[in-house]
Design a protein around this ligand. Structure first.
Ligand SMILES: *[C@@H]1O[C@H](CO)[C@@H](O)[C@H](O)[C@H]1NC(C)=O
Ligand SMILES: *[C@@H]1O[C@H](CO)[C@@H](O)[C@H](O)[C@H]1NC(C)=O
Ligand SMILES: *[C@@H]1O[C@H](CO)[C@@H](O)[C@H](O)[C@H]1NC(C)=O
Ligand SMILES: *[C@@H]1O[C@H](CO)[C@@H](O)[C@H](O)[C@H]1NC(C)=O
Ligand SMILES: *[C@@H]1O[C@H](CO)[C@@H](O)[C@H](O)[C@H]1NC(C)=O
Ligand SMILES: *[C@@H]1O[C@H](CO)[C@@H](O)[C@H](O)[C@H]1NC(C)=O
Ligand SMILES: *[C@@H]1O[C@H](CO)[C@@H](O)[C@H](O)[C@H]1NC(C)=O
Ligand SMILES: *[C@@H]1O[C@H](CO)[C@@H](O)[C@H](O)[C@H]1NC(C)=O
Length: 482
């Protein structure tokens, strides 16, 4: 256990004052008007800065193998979806979250009240500033489809029939398959982002009664690579980080933030921000909450069920996580949570209870050896009370905690989406890593085609949790979890 906990009584007041001043600083930092140029980033398409056909003037084309062509979709597939932002979601008005390139309201320099469902907009804005865009699709290594199917679906998930939920997705894949770019690889060089969990797009095409839309079940989609905040077991789905609140524009801002969380004194051994799921019989959330409350000073609970919802306040959540050594990340309605990325952002070591919450998801981002940056407590052990969370976490030495936290801090650049108007200098952010992953995947398919193999082999295979977990050591315990 860290000294900061033992010394809690003596130092908590100092810690409180320092944190308070920090957040005051965050809030009062001057407003960056560059962020206000809301839609000005859309539809800007830069010429490639090199002529890839000639290596006479530029002996080395730094974009070689990295060119991306962005489909010019009719606006009904993206911009029009945003027009009526009040009706985008059943539970609250989305309009405040749509501005500032999808980052939402600005809270301080590079800090925003970012909504987890705006990934499609954020990703597209970053893509518009990608340094190897090309107007010539024949030169492109991959083709990006800048659609907002997730935002569109958000308004119809409840109270609408299947045909309403599917309209835009069906329209989109039909449009894509008709384009000349589709023919080259039957769509296998195409990719898109869907800013909701994959489960929302995986309805069976023969089942009108089920949940969500059929987007990811369509034959055309089976030939594309799909990026989501939470993937299913399919091999053509890749999970990329939920957007966090931090969208820096320089490397030094990132490095400074890493230094801030590294130095921060943490007064709680662990914390949990969330609500129970009384209707889900498998949920371990009520046990988690009980154990947190029973641990008194060791654990801090941010109860997302009571009163004006503090959990919706980025400042409340980030402050709690910054004050905690470990952050509990049990599954909620689905395996993953945005909260995992809030905890990484604040240098709080995530505690997972299900391999589907991270290890089978963000494998482009996180080390295979998950013990380096996280703690794994199998959920069934919490459910049947055969493990005590506080005792498990108390067993880690100060040194182990420091090593793990350092790994978490190393992940910070990888899980942020940088400000598109001035991308980071040398640091690769979540967008850069996603693009690299897609390019490598398409290149592999292209090689297979060249060598005469069927590009469909292993491209979109269901039930691949074992594969997604390979190398973690958990791939042989699937029956316990899935
Ligand atoms: C945002 O975009 C709208 C429509 O494109 C424009 O009328 C408005 O002035 C823009 N706001 C800012 C702050 O740029
Ligand atoms: C251009 O690059 C290719 C491959 O790197 C090389 O074979 C070719 O000789 C180069 N052409 C010129 C004019 O430098
Ligand atoms: C916006 O959505 C609301 C609620 O669904 C609807 O009543 C209204 O007609 C829509 N407005 C436009 C301009 O589409
Ligand atoms: C689905 O709902 C839409 C609009 O609410 C309606 O026009 C359509 O007939 C419905 N389709 C079916 C198959 O019920
Ligand atoms: C998907 O790719 C295969 C080739 O591997 C092709 O035969 C099939 O027509 C493609 N599907 C669609 C919907 O384009
Ligand atoms: C640890 O949690 C258990 C409940 O799971 C509780 O009974 C015990 O008092 C806690 N220990 C400490 C030191 O807080
Ligand atoms: C995983 O990381 C831990 C902590 O750094 C280390 O002790 C362990 O040996 C590693 N396991 C493997 C299989 O590399
Ligand atoms: C809890 O469940 C695990 C796995 O099913 C089992 O091995 C263990 O014995 C159970 N413990 C208790 C106290 O029921």
């Amino acid at each position: 256990m860290e000294k900061s906990i033992i010394a809690l009584n003596r130092y908590w007041f100092v810690i409180f004052v320092v944190s308070f001043l920090f957040f005051l600083f965050l809030y009062s930092f001057d407003y960056n008007p560059a962020f206000l140029s809301n839609n000005s980033l859309f539809n800007t398409r830069r010429k490639p800065n090199h002529d890839p056909k000639s290596n006479e003037t530029h002996p080395i084309d730094s974009c070689s193998g990295r060119y991306i062509y962005v489909h010019r979709l009719p606006p009904r597939f993206n911009d029009h979806v945003l027009q009526n932002c009040t009706s985008l979601y059943r539970w609250y008005d989305m309009c405040p979250f749509v501005g500032n390139s999808g980052f939402g309201m600005q809270l301080g320099k590079s800090w925003f009240a970012t909504n987890q469902f705006l990934l499609e907009v954020i990703f597209r804005n970053r893509m518009n500033q990608y340094d190897c865009l090309t107007d010539d699709s024949s030169l492109a290594s991959a083709i990006f489809v800048p659609s907002y199917c997730g935002l569109d679906l958000g308004r119809y998930l409840w109270d609408y029939n299947a045909s309403v939920r599917d309209t835009l997705s069906l329209d989109l894949v039909r449009w894509l398959a008709k384009q000349p770019q589709w023919k080259r690889m039957s769509g296998r060089d195409h990719f898109f982002v869907a800013g909701r969990i994959s489960w929302d797009f995986r309805r069976d095409i023969n089942n009108d009664e089920g949940w969500g839309s059929v987007l990811m079940s369509l034959p055309e989609s089976m030939n594309m690579t799909m990026l989501t905040i939470e993937s299913n077991s399919w091999t053509n789905e890749f999970a990329i980080p939920y957007p966090t609140h931090f969208h820096p524009s320089t490397d030094s801002e990132v490095i400074q933030w890493q230094e801030t969380v590294r130095k921060h004194k943490r007064k709680y051994l662990f914390s949990f921000a969330g609500a129970p799921r009384p209707l889900l019989s498998d949920s371990i959330r009520s046990q988690i909450i009980d154990q947190c409350v029973a641990s008194e000073r060791l654990c801090k609970l941010l109860d997302c069920n009571s009163g004006p919802n503090k959990c919706d306040s980025p400042v409340e959540v980030l402050k709690l996580f910054q004050d905690s050594i470990f952050c509990l990340q049990p599954p909620g309605d689905s395996y993953t949570r945005r909260s995992t990325f809030d905890s990484i952002l604040t240098g709080c070591i995530p505690v997972f209870f299900h391999p589907g919450s991270a290890y089978a998801q963000y494998f482009w981002y996180f080390p295979k050896n998950y013990t380096k940056y996280s703690v794994f407590i199998p959920g069934y052990q919490v459910k049947n009370a055969s493990i005590s969370i506080n005792e498990t976490l108390l067993q880690f030495s100060d040194e182990q905690i420091m090593d793990m936290r350092e790994e978490v801090i190393k992940l910070i650049p990888k899980v942020i989406y940088a400000d598109p108007s001035s991308k980071l200098e040398t640091i690769e952010d979540a967008f850069d890593i996603a693009v690299k992953g897609v390019l490598e995947r398409v290149e592999k398919v292209r090689r297979e085609i060249k060598e005469g193999r069927d590009p469909g082999i292993a491209f979109a295979v269901g039930n691949s949790w074992k594969l997604k977990l390979s190398g973690t050591g958990l791939e042989n315990d699937l029956d316990f979890f899935f």
